[in-house]
Design a protein around this ligand. Sequence first.
Ligand code: IMP
Ligand code: MG
Length: 181
Amino acid sequence: MSKPLPPIERILFTEEQIERRIRELAAEITRDYQGKTVKLIGVLKGSTFFLTALARHIDVPVKIDFLGISSFSNKSGAPGMVRIAKDLDESLEGEDVILVEDIVDTGFTLRYLLQTLSGRAPNSLAVCTFLDRNSRRIVQVRVDYRCFEIPDRFVVGFGLDYNQLYRNLGFVAVLKQEKGP
Ligand code: IMP
Ligand code: MG
């Protein structure tokens, strides 16, 4: 039997708030990429809900591709080791790329991805994240577009998981416990 799920403490962002904010962000991206085609790169699996919602409201030509990563700790238990577990299907050469993340926390994942993807000769490379927990940042990384800044609490929903569960919630919620897995 699987262990019981921690209950939700409170809703941080409702479906309506998320939808409204995504429309604003998509309008911003549409303005910034006039005359271009954007390639949205989603980081599996957390960003998929955000990416598809965002893509539907962007009013310039859009391509999408995905990559999967796995994070691990080194022997000393230090965080921040990341590798690509599933690579993109297509080349980034000459593309105007927007990397789409579910959440930027310490910044380790994003730093690794930016280093890796910038080596593939895109025409431009921007970052768009659904959530930003700036208070926990360890490495400084550039975030061009963000939906919401969040407090230092573990959150689930709209793609974000706890032990792979809760991703399908339409809203973002804080769990009734201090820290995630
Ligand atoms: P970081 O920026 O490298 O520390 O890691 C960000 C990754 O950690 C995200 O892509 C998520 O997969 C995961 N993560 C961080 N905070 C949360 C949270 O509050 N809920 C669910 N996943 C989280
Ligand atoms: Mg992630």
